[in-house]
Design a protein around this ligand. Structure first.
Ligand code: S3P
Length: 447
Protein backbone atom coordinates (compact mmCIF):
# COMPACT_ATOMS: atom_id res chain seq x y z
CA UNK A 1 0.00 0.00 0.00
CA UNK A 2 1.12 3.58 -0.48
CA UNK A 3 0.21 6.50 1.79
CA UNK A 4 -2.52 8.91 0.79
CA UNK A 5 -0.82 12.01 -0.63
CA UNK A 6 -1.77 15.48 0.56
CA UNK A 7 -4.80 17.11 -1.01
CA UNK A 8 -6.35 20.62 -0.93
CA UNK A 9 -8.04 21.47 2.35
CA UNK A 10 -9.71 24.48 3.93
CA UNK A 11 -12.14 27.03 2.51
CA UNK A 12 -12.37 27.62 -1.24
CA UNK A 13 -14.42 29.71 -3.64
CA UNK A 14 -15.57 29.13 -7.21
CA UNK A 15 -15.63 32.15 -9.52
CA UNK A 16 -18.39 32.60 -12.10
CA UNK A 17 -17.07 30.96 -15.30
CA UNK A 18 -17.36 32.51 -18.76
CA UNK A 19 -17.65 29.14 -20.47
CA UNK A 20 -16.59 25.52 -19.88
CA UNK A 21 -15.17 23.37 -22.65
CA UNK A 22 -12.93 20.37 -23.25
CA UNK A 23 -12.78 16.64 -22.59
CA UNK A 24 -11.99 14.81 -19.38
CA UNK A 25 -11.67 11.12 -18.58
CA UNK A 26 -14.23 10.30 -15.90
CA UNK A 27 -12.65 9.28 -12.57
CA UNK A 28 -12.87 5.57 -11.67
CA UNK A 29 -16.14 4.46 -10.15
CA UNK A 30 -16.07 4.48 -6.37
CA UNK A 31 -18.51 1.59 -5.88
CA UNK A 32 -16.58 -0.70 -8.22
CA UNK A 33 -13.21 0.36 -6.77
CA UNK A 34 -14.28 -0.57 -3.22
CA UNK A 35 -15.56 -3.92 -4.47
CA UNK A 36 -12.35 -4.58 -6.42
CA UNK A 37 -10.34 -4.42 -3.18
CA UNK A 38 -12.89 -6.36 -1.11
CA UNK A 39 -13.54 -9.12 -3.65
CA UNK A 40 -9.85 -9.26 -4.57
CA UNK A 41 -9.04 -9.69 -0.87
CA UNK A 42 -11.50 -12.58 -0.58
CA UNK A 43 -10.46 -14.34 -3.78
CA UNK A 44 -8.08 -17.15 -4.51
CA UNK A 45 -5.25 -15.82 -6.69
CA UNK A 46 -4.10 -12.43 -7.94
CA UNK A 47 -6.56 -9.69 -8.95
CA UNK A 48 -5.09 -7.07 -11.30
CA UNK A 49 -6.96 -3.75 -11.10
CA UNK A 50 -6.69 -0.88 -13.59
CA UNK A 51 -8.36 2.54 -13.43
CA UNK A 52 -8.95 2.25 -9.67
CA UNK A 53 -10.25 5.42 -8.04
CA UNK A 54 -7.39 6.38 -5.71
CA UNK A 55 -9.57 8.32 -3.31
CA UNK A 56 -9.26 8.22 0.47
CA UNK A 57 -12.41 6.08 0.87
CA UNK A 58 -11.21 3.43 -1.55
CA UNK A 59 -7.66 3.39 -0.19
CA UNK A 60 -9.15 2.66 3.25
CA UNK A 61 -10.86 -0.44 1.80
CA UNK A 62 -7.51 -1.52 0.35
CA UNK A 63 -5.83 -1.01 3.72
CA UNK A 64 -8.54 -3.05 5.42
CA UNK A 65 -8.10 -5.89 2.89
CA UNK A 66 -4.36 -5.81 3.63
CA UNK A 67 -4.93 -5.86 7.40
CA UNK A 68 -7.19 -8.89 6.89
CA UNK A 69 -4.38 -10.80 5.20
CA UNK A 70 -4.44 -9.85 1.50
CA UNK A 71 -1.28 -8.51 -0.16
CA UNK A 72 -2.17 -5.18 -1.77
CA UNK A 73 0.40 -3.58 -4.07
CA UNK A 74 0.38 -0.27 -5.94
CA UNK A 75 1.88 -0.79 -9.40
CA UNK A 76 1.28 2.66 -10.92
CA UNK A 77 -1.46 5.29 -11.32
CA UNK A 78 -4.77 3.40 -10.96
CA UNK A 79 -2.96 0.05 -11.19
CA UNK A 80 -3.10 -2.30 -8.23
CA UNK A 81 -2.52 -5.96 -7.54
CA UNK A 82 -4.33 -7.85 -4.79
CA UNK A 83 -3.21 -11.32 -3.76
CA UNK A 84 -6.29 -12.69 -2.04
CA UNK A 85 -6.79 -14.85 1.02
CA UNK A 86 -8.96 -17.52 -0.60
CA UNK A 87 -11.78 -16.63 1.81
CA UNK A 88 -9.62 -16.89 4.94
CA UNK A 89 -9.43 -13.42 6.44
CA UNK A 90 -7.20 -13.17 9.52
CA UNK A 91 -8.28 -11.27 12.61
CA UNK A 92 -6.47 -7.90 12.29
CA UNK A 93 -4.19 -6.67 15.04
CA UNK A 94 -5.79 -3.20 15.03
CA UNK A 95 -9.23 -1.76 14.37
CA UNK A 96 -10.12 -1.39 10.68
CA UNK A 97 -10.50 2.35 10.01
CA UNK A 98 -12.81 3.16 7.08
CA UNK A 99 -12.52 6.93 7.41
CA UNK A 100 -15.58 8.52 5.80
CA UNK A 101 -16.74 5.48 3.79
CA UNK A 102 -20.14 3.92 4.42
CA UNK A 103 -19.71 1.59 1.46
CA UNK A 104 -16.29 0.38 2.64
CA UNK A 105 -17.36 -0.39 6.20
CA UNK A 106 -20.78 -1.88 5.46
CA UNK A 107 -19.57 -4.17 2.68
CA UNK A 108 -16.53 -5.23 4.67
CA UNK A 109 -18.72 -6.05 7.70
CA UNK A 110 -20.50 -8.59 5.51
CA UNK A 111 -17.31 -9.89 3.93
CA UNK A 112 -15.50 -10.36 7.27
CA UNK A 113 -18.56 -11.98 8.87
CA UNK A 114 -18.65 -14.49 5.99
CA UNK A 115 -15.08 -15.59 6.66
CA UNK A 116 -15.66 -16.18 10.37
CA UNK A 117 -12.91 -13.70 11.35
CA UNK A 118 -13.24 -11.15 14.16
CA UNK A 119 -12.58 -7.42 13.71
CA UNK A 120 -13.27 -3.99 15.10
CA UNK A 121 -14.68 -1.40 12.68
CA UNK A 122 -14.14 2.33 13.15
CA UNK A 123 -14.50 5.53 11.10
CA UNK A 124 -14.34 9.31 11.20
CA UNK A 125 -16.84 11.60 12.93
CA UNK A 126 -19.30 11.51 10.02
CA UNK A 127 -19.16 7.72 9.57
CA UNK A 128 -19.42 7.22 13.34
CA UNK A 129 -22.76 9.02 13.32
CA UNK A 130 -24.29 6.89 10.55
CA UNK A 131 -26.67 3.97 11.14
CA UNK A 132 -25.08 0.50 11.10
CA UNK A 133 -28.03 -1.62 12.31
CA UNK A 134 -29.29 -1.79 8.73
CA UNK A 135 -26.31 -4.11 8.19
CA UNK A 136 -25.63 -5.61 11.63
CA UNK A 137 -29.31 -6.69 12.02
CA UNK A 138 -29.45 -8.97 8.95
CA UNK A 139 -25.88 -10.16 9.56
CA UNK A 140 -26.93 -10.89 13.16
CA UNK A 141 -29.84 -12.97 11.83
CA UNK A 142 -27.24 -14.99 9.95
CA UNK A 143 -25.42 -15.58 13.23
CA UNK A 144 -22.79 -12.80 13.20
CA UNK A 145 -22.14 -11.42 16.68
CA UNK A 146 -21.78 -7.64 16.40
CA UNK A 147 -21.69 -5.22 19.27
CA UNK A 148 -22.13 -1.61 18.19
CA UNK A 149 -22.10 1.72 19.94
CA UNK A 150 -25.84 2.34 19.99
CA UNK A 151 -26.19 1.06 16.44
CA UNK A 152 -23.18 3.06 15.29
CA UNK A 153 -19.39 2.70 15.07
CA UNK A 154 -17.17 1.62 16.74
CA UNK A 155 -18.48 -1.91 16.16
CA UNK A 156 -16.91 -5.20 17.19
CA UNK A 157 -17.51 -8.46 15.34
CA UNK A 158 -16.76 -11.74 17.11
CA UNK A 159 -16.36 -14.30 14.37
CA UNK A 160 -18.30 -17.55 14.08
CA UNK A 161 -20.28 -19.70 11.66
CA UNK A 162 -23.15 -18.19 9.64
CA UNK A 163 -26.33 -19.64 8.22
CA UNK A 164 -28.34 -18.52 5.19
CA UNK A 165 -31.34 -16.19 5.55
CA UNK A 166 -34.16 -14.79 3.47
CA UNK A 167 -34.06 -11.02 3.69
CA UNK A 168 -36.08 -8.08 2.38
CA UNK A 169 -34.19 -4.87 3.24
CA UNK A 170 -36.61 -2.30 4.71
CA UNK A 171 -34.81 0.45 2.76
CA UNK A 172 -33.58 0.49 -0.83
CA UNK A 173 -29.84 0.07 -0.24
CA UNK A 174 -27.16 -1.58 -2.35
CA UNK A 175 -24.87 -1.50 0.68
CA UNK A 176 -27.26 -3.62 2.74
CA UNK A 177 -27.89 -6.07 -0.11
CA UNK A 178 -24.14 -6.33 -0.74
CA UNK A 179 -23.25 -6.91 2.91
CA UNK A 180 -25.73 -9.80 3.11
CA UNK A 181 -24.53 -11.32 -0.18
CA UNK A 182 -20.86 -11.09 0.85
CA UNK A 183 -21.66 -12.76 4.18
CA UNK A 184 -23.67 -15.41 2.29
CA UNK A 185 -20.46 -16.50 0.57
CA UNK A 186 -19.43 -18.09 3.86
CA UNK A 187 -22.87 -19.14 5.15
CA UNK A 188 -24.26 -22.62 4.77
CA UNK A 189 -27.42 -22.76 2.67
CA UNK A 190 -29.11 -20.46 0.17
CA UNK A 191 -29.40 -16.79 1.12
CA UNK A 192 -32.17 -14.93 -0.67
CA UNK A 193 -32.28 -11.12 -0.80
CA UNK A 194 -35.50 -9.67 -2.14
CA UNK A 195 -35.39 -6.00 -3.15
CA UNK A 196 -38.75 -4.34 -3.81
CA UNK A 197 -36.85 -1.54 -5.64
CA UNK A 198 -33.77 -2.15 -7.78
CA UNK A 199 -30.50 -0.75 -6.42
CA UNK A 200 -27.04 -0.76 -8.01
CA UNK A 201 -26.09 -4.33 -8.90
CA UNK A 202 -22.28 -4.10 -8.98
CA UNK A 203 -21.79 -6.72 -6.28
CA UNK A 204 -23.84 -9.27 -8.22
CA UNK A 205 -22.03 -8.49 -11.51
CA UNK A 206 -18.58 -8.59 -9.94
CA UNK A 207 -19.25 -11.74 -7.89
CA UNK A 208 -20.16 -13.50 -11.15
CA UNK A 209 -16.93 -12.27 -12.75
CA UNK A 210 -15.07 -13.74 -9.75
CA UNK A 211 -16.66 -17.11 -10.52
CA UNK A 212 -19.48 -17.10 -7.95
CA UNK A 213 -22.75 -18.81 -8.91
CA UNK A 214 -25.75 -16.66 -8.05
CA UNK A 215 -29.24 -16.29 -9.38
CA UNK A 216 -30.91 -12.97 -10.14
CA UNK A 217 -34.63 -12.83 -10.95
CA UNK A 218 -36.18 -9.51 -12.01
CA UNK A 219 -39.90 -8.95 -11.63
CA UNK A 220 -40.91 -5.43 -12.64
CA UNK A 221 -39.28 -3.05 -10.18
CA UNK A 222 -38.26 -5.89 -7.85
CA UNK A 223 -35.24 -8.18 -7.82
CA UNK A 224 -34.52 -11.42 -5.99
CA UNK A 225 -30.92 -12.55 -5.63
CA UNK A 226 -30.11 -16.08 -4.38
CA UNK A 227 -26.63 -17.25 -3.42
CA UNK A 228 -25.76 -20.65 -1.98
CA UNK A 229 -22.75 -20.82 0.32
CA UNK A 230 -20.06 -21.64 0.94
CA UNK A 231 -18.32 -20.44 -2.22
CA UNK A 232 -14.79 -19.17 -2.86
CA UNK A 233 -13.99 -16.43 -5.37
CA UNK A 234 -11.43 -16.84 -8.13
CA UNK A 235 -9.34 -13.75 -8.92
CA UNK A 236 -10.10 -11.95 -12.18
CA UNK A 237 -8.94 -8.66 -13.74
CA UNK A 238 -11.00 -5.54 -12.94
CA UNK A 239 -10.86 -2.57 -15.32
CA UNK A 240 -12.80 0.12 -13.45
CA UNK A 241 -15.23 2.22 -15.56
CA UNK A 242 -15.85 5.94 -14.96
CA UNK A 243 -18.05 7.09 -12.09
CA UNK A 244 -21.47 8.50 -13.07
CA UNK A 245 -21.89 10.10 -9.63
CA UNK A 246 -18.63 12.05 -9.82
CA UNK A 247 -19.29 12.91 -13.49
CA UNK A 248 -22.50 14.62 -12.38
CA UNK A 249 -20.58 17.67 -11.15
CA UNK A 250 -19.05 18.51 -14.54
CA UNK A 251 -22.32 17.65 -16.31
CA UNK A 252 -24.30 20.12 -14.21
CA UNK A 253 -21.54 22.75 -14.42
CA UNK A 254 -21.65 22.61 -18.24
CA UNK A 255 -25.45 22.89 -18.26
CA UNK A 256 -25.52 26.04 -16.12
CA UNK A 257 -22.58 27.99 -17.64
CA UNK A 258 -23.57 29.70 -20.94
CA UNK A 259 -21.73 28.57 -24.07
CA UNK A 260 -20.36 25.40 -22.47
CA UNK A 261 -19.66 22.22 -24.41
CA UNK A 262 -17.82 19.41 -22.61
CA UNK A 263 -17.28 15.66 -22.95
CA UNK A 264 -16.74 13.06 -20.22
CA UNK A 265 -15.16 9.87 -21.47
CA UNK A 266 -15.79 6.33 -20.29
CA UNK A 267 -18.67 6.81 -17.84
CA UNK A 268 -20.37 3.64 -16.60
CA UNK A 269 -23.80 3.25 -18.20
CA UNK A 270 -25.83 1.07 -15.85
CA UNK A 271 -29.62 1.60 -15.54
CA UNK A 272 -29.28 1.44 -11.74
CA UNK A 273 -27.04 4.56 -11.91
CA UNK A 274 -28.44 6.71 -14.73
CA UNK A 275 -31.33 8.45 -12.97
CA UNK A 276 -29.62 11.85 -13.13
CA UNK A 277 -29.12 11.71 -16.91
CA UNK A 278 -32.79 10.75 -17.39
CA UNK A 279 -33.86 13.57 -15.09
CA UNK A 280 -31.67 16.24 -16.67
CA UNK A 281 -32.88 15.23 -20.14
CA UNK A 282 -36.49 15.56 -18.96
CA UNK A 283 -35.56 19.05 -17.74
CA UNK A 284 -34.35 19.89 -21.28
CA UNK A 285 -30.62 19.15 -21.03
CA UNK A 286 -28.71 18.71 -24.27
CA UNK A 287 -26.83 15.47 -23.47
CA UNK A 288 -25.52 13.15 -26.17
CA UNK A 289 -24.32 9.63 -25.37
CA UNK A 290 -21.88 7.64 -27.52
CA UNK A 291 -21.03 4.03 -26.64
CA UNK A 292 -17.62 3.22 -25.23
CA UNK A 293 -16.02 -0.16 -24.45
CA UNK A 294 -17.44 -2.57 -21.86
CA UNK A 295 -15.44 -2.50 -18.60
CA UNK A 296 -15.76 -4.79 -15.56
CA UNK A 297 -18.94 -6.25 -17.06
CA UNK A 298 -20.50 -2.77 -17.41
CA UNK A 299 -21.33 -0.73 -20.48
CA UNK A 300 -19.66 2.67 -20.76
CA UNK A 301 -20.58 5.83 -22.60
CA UNK A 302 -18.97 9.11 -23.60
CA UNK A 303 -21.20 11.94 -22.44
CA UNK A 304 -21.31 15.25 -24.34
CA UNK A 305 -23.08 18.07 -22.51
CA UNK A 306 -23.94 21.47 -23.92
CA UNK A 307 -25.27 24.44 -22.01
CA UNK A 308 -29.07 24.20 -21.96
CA UNK A 309 -32.24 25.98 -20.91
CA UNK A 310 -33.67 23.80 -18.15
CA UNK A 311 -37.25 23.55 -16.88
CA UNK A 312 -38.41 22.40 -13.45
CA UNK A 313 -40.01 18.93 -13.27
CA UNK A 314 -41.19 16.44 -10.68
CA UNK A 315 -38.57 13.72 -10.23
CA UNK A 316 -40.36 10.39 -9.59
CA UNK A 317 -39.69 9.12 -6.05
CA UNK A 318 -39.05 5.59 -7.37
CA UNK A 319 -36.09 6.94 -9.36
CA UNK A 320 -34.23 7.93 -6.17
CA UNK A 321 -32.12 4.74 -5.78
CA UNK A 322 -30.68 5.22 -9.29
CA UNK A 323 -29.44 8.73 -8.48
CA UNK A 324 -29.25 8.76 -4.69
CA UNK A 325 -25.83 10.44 -4.56
CA UNK A 326 -26.69 13.01 -7.23
CA UNK A 327 -29.43 15.02 -5.48
CA UNK A 328 -27.17 17.77 -4.09
CA UNK A 329 -25.89 18.62 -7.57
CA UNK A 330 -29.34 18.12 -9.11
CA UNK A 331 -30.44 20.86 -6.68
CA UNK A 332 -27.82 23.09 -8.29
CA UNK A 333 -29.22 22.35 -11.78
CA UNK A 334 -32.72 23.00 -10.44
CA UNK A 335 -31.59 26.43 -9.16
CA UNK A 336 -30.81 27.46 -12.77
CA UNK A 337 -34.02 25.98 -14.24
CA UNK A 338 -37.24 27.82 -15.00
CA UNK A 339 -40.01 26.77 -12.64
CA UNK A 340 -40.10 24.49 -9.64
CA UNK A 341 -38.31 21.14 -9.39
CA UNK A 342 -40.03 18.77 -6.94
CA UNK A 343 -37.96 15.94 -5.49
CA UNK A 344 -39.98 13.52 -3.34
CA UNK A 345 -38.83 10.24 -1.74
CA UNK A 346 -35.57 11.56 -0.32
CA UNK A 347 -35.63 10.15 3.24
CA UNK A 348 -32.35 8.26 2.66
CA UNK A 349 -30.54 11.56 2.00
CA UNK A 350 -30.72 12.23 5.73
CA UNK A 351 -28.55 9.12 6.39
CA UNK A 352 -25.67 9.92 4.04
CA UNK A 353 -22.23 11.38 4.90
CA UNK A 354 -24.27 14.25 6.35
CA UNK A 355 -27.98 15.08 6.35
CA UNK A 356 -27.85 15.90 2.63
CA UNK A 357 -31.46 16.96 2.48
CA UNK A 358 -30.89 19.75 5.01
CA UNK A 359 -27.40 20.45 3.63
CA UNK A 360 -28.62 20.85 0.04
CA UNK A 361 -31.42 23.16 1.16
CA UNK A 362 -28.93 25.25 3.15
CA UNK A 363 -26.56 25.41 0.16
CA UNK A 364 -29.35 26.82 -2.02
CA UNK A 365 -30.57 29.30 0.59
CA UNK A 366 -27.02 30.55 1.18
CA UNK A 367 -26.78 31.33 -2.53
CA UNK A 368 -30.13 33.09 -2.79
CA UNK A 369 -32.24 30.26 -4.22
CA UNK A 370 -35.74 29.68 -2.77
CA UNK A 371 -36.25 26.11 -1.53
CA UNK A 372 -38.85 24.29 0.52
CA UNK A 373 -37.50 21.51 2.69
CA UNK A 374 -39.99 18.77 3.62
CA UNK A 375 -39.40 15.76 5.87
CA UNK A 376 -38.42 13.67 2.82
CA UNK A 377 -38.62 16.10 -0.08
CA UNK A 378 -37.21 19.26 -1.61
CA UNK A 379 -38.89 21.79 -3.90
CA UNK A 380 -36.48 24.22 -5.58
CA UNK A 381 -37.72 27.36 -7.31
CA UNK A 382 -35.38 27.89 -10.22
CA UNK A 383 -34.14 31.38 -11.03
CA UNK A 384 -33.05 30.63 -14.62
CA UNK A 385 -29.64 30.95 -16.26
CA UNK A 386 -27.90 34.07 -14.92
CA UNK A 387 -30.52 34.43 -12.18
CA UNK A 388 -28.73 32.79 -9.24
CA UNK A 389 -27.14 35.45 -6.98
CA UNK A 390 -24.46 33.17 -5.42
CA UNK A 391 -22.21 34.81 -2.86
CA UNK A 392 -22.97 32.28 -0.11
CA UNK A 393 -20.88 29.85 1.88
CA UNK A 394 -21.88 26.19 1.94
CA UNK A 395 -21.31 24.36 5.21
CA UNK A 396 -20.09 20.94 4.12
CA UNK A 397 -20.47 18.94 7.40
CA UNK A 398 -17.65 16.56 6.29
CA UNK A 399 -19.61 15.79 3.12
CA UNK A 400 -17.72 15.64 -0.19
CA UNK A 401 -20.80 15.92 -2.39
CA UNK A 402 -22.04 19.05 -0.60
CA UNK A 403 -18.55 20.52 -1.02
CA UNK A 404 -18.43 19.91 -4.79
CA UNK A 405 -22.02 21.09 -5.26
CA UNK A 406 -21.28 24.26 -3.27
CA UNK A 407 -18.47 25.03 -5.72
CA UNK A 408 -20.36 24.08 -8.91
CA UNK A 409 -23.15 26.55 -8.09
CA UNK A 410 -20.54 29.33 -8.04
CA UNK A 411 -19.42 28.56 -11.61
CA UNK A 412 -22.86 29.57 -12.89
CA UNK A 413 -23.83 32.23 -10.32
CA UNK A 414 -23.60 36.05 -10.50
CA UNK A 415 -20.97 36.18 -7.74
CA UNK A 416 -18.44 33.66 -6.36
CA UNK A 417 -19.70 30.93 -4.00
CA UNK A 418 -17.61 29.44 -1.20
CA UNK A 419 -17.46 26.26 0.81
CA UNK A 420 -16.07 26.05 4.32
CA UNK A 421 -13.79 23.05 3.67
CA UNK A 422 -12.81 21.10 0.56
CA UNK A 423 -10.78 18.40 2.35
CA UNK A 424 -13.48 15.73 2.05
CA UNK A 425 -13.52 15.97 -1.76
CA UNK A 426 -10.49 13.66 -1.66
CA UNK A 427 -12.71 10.88 -0.31
CA UNK A 428 -14.38 10.41 -3.69
CA UNK A 429 -12.93 12.67 -6.40
CA UNK A 430 -9.35 13.84 -5.81
CA UNK A 431 -9.10 15.00 -9.46
CA UNK A 432 -12.08 17.35 -9.08
CA UNK A 433 -9.84 20.42 -8.79
CA UNK A 434 -7.75 19.69 -11.89
CA UNK A 435 -10.83 18.66 -13.86
CA UNK A 436 -12.60 21.95 -13.11
CA UNK A 437 -9.46 23.81 -14.14
CA UNK A 438 -9.09 21.72 -17.35
CA UNK A 439 -12.64 22.67 -18.34
CA UNK A 440 -11.92 26.36 -17.75
CA UNK A 441 -13.36 26.93 -14.26
CA UNK A 442 -11.54 28.81 -11.49
CA UNK A 443 -11.36 27.61 -7.89
CA UNK A 444 -9.46 29.73 -5.38
CA UNK A 445 -8.36 28.86 -1.83
CA UNK A 446 -9.60 31.39 0.72
CA UNK A 447 -6.87 32.46 3.11
C1 S3P B 1 -23.26 2.51 -2.69
C2 S3P B 1 -24.60 2.50 -2.39
C3 S3P B 1 -25.35 3.73 -2.02
C4 S3P B 1 -24.58 5.00 -2.37
C5 S3P B 1 -23.13 4.91 -1.98
C6 S3P B 1 -22.47 3.75 -2.72
C7 S3P B 1 -22.61 1.23 -3.05
O1 S3P B 1 -25.59 3.71 -0.62
O2 S3P B 1 -25.16 6.11 -1.72
O3 S3P B 1 -22.44 6.09 -2.29
O4 S3P B 1 -21.49 1.27 -3.59
O5 S3P B 1 -23.21 0.17 -2.81
P1 S3P B 1 -26.92 3.01 0.00
O6 S3P B 1 -26.82 1.57 -0.25
O7 S3P B 1 -26.85 3.34 1.46
O8 S3P B 1 -28.07 3.68 -0.66
Amino acid sequence: MTPISSRPAGAMRAKPATTLSGTIKAPGDKSISHRAFILGGLANGVTEITGLLESDDVINSGRAAAALGATVMHLGPGRWQVTGTGGRFQTPAEALDFGNAGTGVRLMMGAVAGTGASAEFIGDESLSSRPMRRVTDPLGEMGARFSTTDGRLPAQLDGGPLKAIRYTPPIASAQVKSAVLLAALGASGTTIVHEPQITRDHTETMLRAFGVALDVVRDGAATTVSLTGPQTLTACPVDVPGDPSSSAFAIVAALIVPGSDITLEGVMDNPARTGLIDTLREMGADITLTSGPDMAGEKTTHIRVRHSRLSGITVPAERAPSMIDEYPVLCVAAAFAHGVTHMPGLEELRAKESDRLAGSAALLRANGVPVEEGEDSLAVTGLGIGGVPGGGTTLTHHDHRLAMSGLVIGLGAQTPSSVDDVAMIATSYPDFFTHVETLGGTLEPIA
